[in-house]
Design a protein around this ligand. Sequence first.
Ligand code: NAD
Length: 497
Amino acid sequence: MSTHIKDYIAEAQRSGTLSGLPDRLYIDGQWRDSESKARIEAIDPGTERPFAQFAAGNAEDVEAAVTSSERAFKDVWRHVDPAQRARVLRESARLVRIHAPRLAVAETLDCGKPLSESQEDTETIAKMLDYYAGAADKLQGDTIPLGRNFVSYNQLEPVGVTAHIVPWNFPMFSMIRGVAPALAAGCTAIVKPAETTSLTALMLMDLFTEAGLPKGVCNVVTGTGIAVGEPLSGHPKVRHVTFTGSINTGRRVMRNAAQHIASVTLELGGKSPAIVLADCDLDHAVQDMLEAIYLNAGQVCSAGSRLVIERSVHAEFIAKFAARAQALTIGHGLRNPMIGAINSRQQLDKIAGMVDDARTRGIRIVTGGQRTVDPDSGVGWFFQPTVLDDVPADDRVVQEEIFGPVLAVQVVDNAEEALHAANGTDYGLAACIYTKDIQKALSLARDIDAGQVTINQYYAGGIYTPFGGNKLSGIGREKGLEALRNYCRVKNVTIRI
Ligand code: NAD
């Protein structure tokens, strides 16, 4: 029934786009133009060419979406049998798998990431929909022992209308990471995709609708952060805002939500350390670190962007790692290279600026360090996989998120110094420790100030383990069963008998 992925790739390579991409807002079960009729161009970062257009929403469109979401929450979704909510999510997962080839090709055109990564993201969102479908009818409360004259119980209630402000590095994935647990809990959702990657959020609405999601339960308003994100995060009827993106925008979102005492989940990126101790399996660490920093060309909030390595293995690690980094293929995502495009010219300028700046400070660039292009076409926004060696702890490229394929290396003399270096930034999202020494691994895991610590595999855990940051990396947790807490509130009922 579904077209083979090769046909979508061929269509996209031949025409530069896909036919039939959605281009309007999805509000209250209907496709509609934005109130302003303004449009935004979708640009393929691998070719620098526009390939689609979509609606630029504004505050009036947000108002319509909130009205629809509130009605759908109060009159429909919160009353729907939880087992039925689960069926809709499970059916959505099934439809995502059927339409995965088209979704993946669209995600690659919009984002720039290699097709294999888009395919993995598509399978991951299907898994998330299945996972939270399984939770929908198991959101149980508990009882409180107040003695024989009382019955006291806590019940979980959905918080209401929720907003999901999504970044451009994992558009489908970040959207469903919030929307699936919200819908499972009985909340309704309004999605504001990033302005450079809005298409797959819209495409998913057709699948939700086909799966039986009632109108208004999930609305999508595309547009800029200022025109849509601001009024959405500050809307009095929005009871929870889930935001992923930069620290400064996170602060604004939190301030907007605070006006109405709405809760927030903020996922604000990081400068996550990967600690390589001398006793580890070095070849495995080299291999794993290539993915830790170069997945999605480093545009990953939890990327292992700092290598904190013991001096005795530093030279060997860097030699092996640099050779592997130089061999990574770069190109348009549809040809499935190892490194795809940077999502926007603005982001490419930011990456190149930070690396140029490091160069002027005399930081040693072991490999990479330059903008580049798709070798087949001579265009596109690309950056070479880069290693900056032996960087001082207070340097900007150790302290600030670059959000590109740039690894900053810090050399230390022992595990204690590694811990000090690991905790030496204002971020605290993720960390990994490579070692065979269980004592060192577990004591570092205990003392590292991060929301998620993995040992001997950087991206271990997947959708099932709670994820979120400490310090400036954010507040709240997503993924796993923890995510459901964002969308449930506790009501206590106590009865004298
Ligand atoms: P951003 O934080 O401005 O954008 C993220 C989302 O917030 C987008 O949907 C955007 O439209 C929306 N937004 C922007 N302004 C808003 C506002 N005033 N109110 C509500 N929503 C608003 O991020 P960016 O400018 O696209 O990227 C800048 C930097 O942020 C990157 O270089 C990177 O360091 C970081 N970043 C981090 C992540 C992450 O996963 N943590 C994702 C994207 C970007």
